[in-house]
Design a binder for this molecule. Structure first.
Ligand code: SAM
Ligand code: SF4
Length: 479
């Protein structure tokens, strides 16, 4: 089967850019949902058969308060994760390039009116030094993060992407650069696409216009619709790999889950492909920030919402960040997370500093909950028999966009993802692991190769051949 998929030529029409969120429609769906044991169980089964859920079906899960059913929802999410995704966890790191910002998002330490925030934009030397430190740790996938400022225009973002790709340290290199930045115009997206980005990520923060207006006081970001249609413009520029997200804690969490789903539906209807990933950051403490405590999402509800998202969109990647603590991350990963950041340091220039005792909120965006090193996170994943993956093969082989959803192509995971995860883990073990970790990692690799051989009856000779080559020093081998 031919696996190279190309995005279609110019597709979007203005009609599609119309804002698609109708607050009263979402509330009506939530208000009219009446969960029973029967209908909730039927919805879980539908999802376990790998079907997308409708807004109405998801609302039944969201409205469920019966503790027994909530446990069944979580169990369903765990099963779905095992069946669809297996035991791989893709690893990345965020790299903050600049924290100047013209907007005033009340929850964010970078907002323009926060005079305590020390403003920094990494220059070429500093950016290179950050990337080198990340590579020397074993990172292969980055997400570059920027405040919203005229200085951080499309040319600037594209330049920083090119710089990141150009830094090589030993056998270290960054193979995929994703972006989390302000929405651009179509010309701007074309420029950053040219520079070779992976995913363009924009979080809507809240899908409720009135709440949005309360938190986004001034600057370009205060325009809800400009932001909402930001990733449609990306599609028009033929960036078909996009990530959406909501910042949980700004408004009712059940409403936001349906908002995210409505956004997914919009993409599927207009472009025949959903977003590649969904993020669900929770508000954390930030320098001089204010939020509305009524909407705080507690740990139990957070766990619930991730399980419901997993069931609602079985084929979409879910990203869990180091905003959450190690303990909570362990719990939530089981429910269907496919990507996590590790070794995270969100202080401007923080990766190249010798050591860091504690966070300085006046030089970073918010407080993080998991400050472990990449090595520590990998160690824990190995102990729990997860397969840490630094794979970047699909995007580099052009397997993105409309026809490509890694989970929906039968046999895709074992033929590509698992094998590539094994090869990238082996590279990590060869180049960056301690002897104990190397030992532990290869034991897991042996186990996974055996599973592929037995359980999935995959012919593993080509994989073993490449594994041998990695041990001999060849790098960047993938299927
Ligand atoms: N400035 C760009 C923007 O707002 O789109 C780039 C992204 S911003 C630096 C990254 C994301 O961090 C925001 O979209 C928001 O969801 C999240 N964020 C902001 N303040 C936060 C806080 N106090 N706790 C957790 N996440 C926060
Ligand atoms: Fe600026 Fe983004 Fe922070 Fe808003 S969330 S203040 S746009 S950096």
């Amino acid at each position: 089967m031919k696996m190279i998929y190309k995005p279609q030529e110019y597709r979007i029409k203005d009609e599609r850019m119309k804002p698609f969120i109708d607050e009263s429609e979402i509330w009506e769906i939530l208000d009219s949902a009446e969960p029973t044991k029967e209908n909730v169980r039927a919805v879980i089964q539908k999802s376990l058969a790998k079907n997308r859920l409708s807004l109405q079906e998801t609302a039944l899960l969201l409205k469920t308060e019966d503790p027994e059913l909530i446990e069944e929802i979580k169990a369903g999410a765990r099963t779905l994760k095992e069946n669809v995704y297996g035991d791989r966890i893709v690893i990345f790191a965020p790299l903050y390039v600049g924290n100047k910002c013209v907007n005033n998002c009340t929850y964010c330490g970078f907002r323009a009116s926060n005079k305590k925030q020390k403003r920094t934009t990494l220059n070429d030397i500093q950016l290179r030094s950050e990337v080198k430190s990340l590579e020397d740790n074993g990172q292969k996938r980055l997400i570059l993060v920027y405040g919203e400022h005229p200085m951080y225009d499309a040319d600037f973002i594209a330049d920083s992407v090119r710089t990141v790709y150009s830094v090589k340290s030993g056998s270290g290199e960054i193979r995929r650069v994703n972006i989390n930045a302000a929405p651009l115009d179509i010309e701007g997206y074309k420029k950053v696409k040219e520079a070779g980005i992976g995913t363009y990520q924009i979080f809507q923060e809240t899908y409720h216009r009135e709440a949005y207006a309360k938190y986004h006081l001034s600057g370009q970001k205060s325009n809800f619709d400009w932001r909402l249609t930001g990733l449609d413009r990306a599609q028009e520029a033929l960036i078909d790999d996009v990530g959406i997200g909501a910042l949980f804690g700004l408004y009712d969490w059940k409403y936001e889950v349906l908002g995210l789903l409505r956004h997914v539906n919009h993409f599927e209807a207009c472009y025949n492909v959903g977003p590649h990933t969904i993020s669900f950051p929770r508000i954390k403490a930030a320098s001089d920030s204010t939020i509305d405590p009524r909407f705080e999402v507690n740990d139990d509800d957070f766990i619930r919402l991730v399980a419901i998202l997993r069931l609602a969109v079985p084929y979409t990647g879910l990203i869990l960040t180091a905003r959450e603590t190690k303990e909570l991350r362990e719990e939530v990963i089981k429910l269907g997370v496919s990507q996590i950041d590790a070794g995270t340091n969100i202080q401007l220039g923080g990766y190249s500093e010798e050591s860091r005792e504690e966070q300085q909120l006046d030089h970073e965006q918010f407080e993080i909950g998991d400050t472990r090193s990449l090595g520590e996170v990998i160690d824990e994943l190995l102990d729990k028999q997860y397969l840490p993956s630094f794979c970047t093969a699909c995007y580099r082989k052009g397997r993105t966009g409309e026809h490509f959803m890694e989970f929906s192509v039968p046999g895709f995971i074992k033929r590509f993802c698992t094998q590539n995860a094994i090869l990238t883990l082996a590279e990590y073990l060869e180049d960056y692991a301690t002897p104990e970790q190397k030992n532990k990692g290869y034991k897991l690799i042996d186990l996974k190769v055996e599973e592929l051989n037995q359980k999935d009856s995959l012919k593993v000779a080509p994989l073993l051949d490449r594994l041998e080559k990695v041990k001999e020093g060849e790098r960047d081998l993938y299927f």
